[in-house]
Design a protein around this ligand. Sequence first.
Ligand code: FRU
Length: 484
Amino acid sequence: MSLLNKNFWKELSKKQEFLKEKMVDDFWRLHYHQMPETGWLNDPNGVCQFKGKYHLYHQYVPDSPISGVGHWAHKTSDDLVHFKEEDIFLSPEHEYEKDGVYSGSAFVKDDEIHYFYTGNVKKTGDYDYIFDGREQNTVHVVSKNGYTIDYQEVVIKHEEYPKRYTSHIRDPKVFEHNEKYYMILGTRTIYHTGEILLYESEDLYKWNYKGTFFGNRSDMGFMWECPDYFELKDQSILLFSPQGILKKEHQFQNVYQTGYFIGRTDWENVVFEPQSSFKELDYGFDFYAPQTFEDEQGRRILWGWMGIGDTKPEYTNPTISRGWQHSLTLPRELTIEDGKLKQRPLPEYQKIRKNKKQFEIPLTGEYKNKELTCEVTELLIDLKNINGRFDILLRQDTMIHYENNILELRHGRSGAGRSVRSIEINDLNQIHLFSDTSSLELFINNGSYVMSSRIYPEAGENKIKFIGKADIAVQKWDLNKTTE
Ligand code: FRU
């Protein structure tokens, strides 16, 4: 019998009505980013393209903007730009997931989508919730259409995981190699290190424990969440979100990290071997738990959660009082070029551009211009001959500052408590900036670095000003609204 009875859904629609009323006039609701219909959003889940249609699911607490028992919300799209809010896809309806339908992924095979996710159970009692008190079951769902469930079964029960791990084992991602299926899971070992656990299957229904896909890194924190694996140009890429890496001057500045190794896979032993250092995917304040998929054109596309957990006391998101919290980043295409991973916004987003303005400025001192505004806006800024410092001041009190090979993103009051994030960049030559009502994404040097942050400026704070000495060429577009 379902744990969620009719009353739950009745109560939910009342709570959602209440939250929707608060959201109606909220200027910070995003115009072209995906956000929760009401309440709380975190990780993107189950992203895939199936029979032409893009399916985007995400962690969702519809009745509260401050987290709670998670569901999978569902949005669909024909063009990756305009999305339709569908009915909730997964809810905690069984004992094995009663405290949250946690993160997971989708695997398209023939005429079906196979989803794998974590069913979270939190026992009540005197537990530490690390070694005890928690169950994380791996669940398999099959759907013939992406909207309804045809099959749902636990494939790995919590007690079946090897003893080497604490109770934190979650976020399955499935991939295929030589007609075998592999599932990787993020874990926290009993030695308080992160590890990527591996299972193998012939048919997607029966899974056998295979070993460790990657681990043994005592310098990389205590828990690894949301692993993802894919191949680009004969390179293997392992991506995950480690918790507990120590801050370095311009690296790992957030409470939790997300990054990747480029390497190769030893398929005989099914072990990942890194050939690069661990690189961060995003240097802004708000980025965590991304997920990728390959679309029908063969592109590797990534969505991230434009948010992060456990940021208190530094930061409390001011949209909570307006009935919602968090959003996703823009979807980005990943490529490998000259052995390096690049991330670029999808060209599909060019169709929401309007009112193009273009300037070429030999900047000496300060430059502003009444046509140069920035609110729901895209700016492509090419830079040459930077001499000394170069600054962009925008919106209410955000500053992009470049000097001595360090690029800083600085927030004032509109950062709601956050102040600065930085990257070491030897030759700054391009900033491709996407500003939404309450977010900012910078793609730097043609996709070499990205910084994503939420900001909360007052409506109408749309200035932009350049300061410094440089030759700059600016293209600017206002962007159409794609959300309701
Ligand atoms: C990452 C994460 C996942 C988990 C999910 C629960 O943000 O902690 O590990 O499955 O969120 O919402």
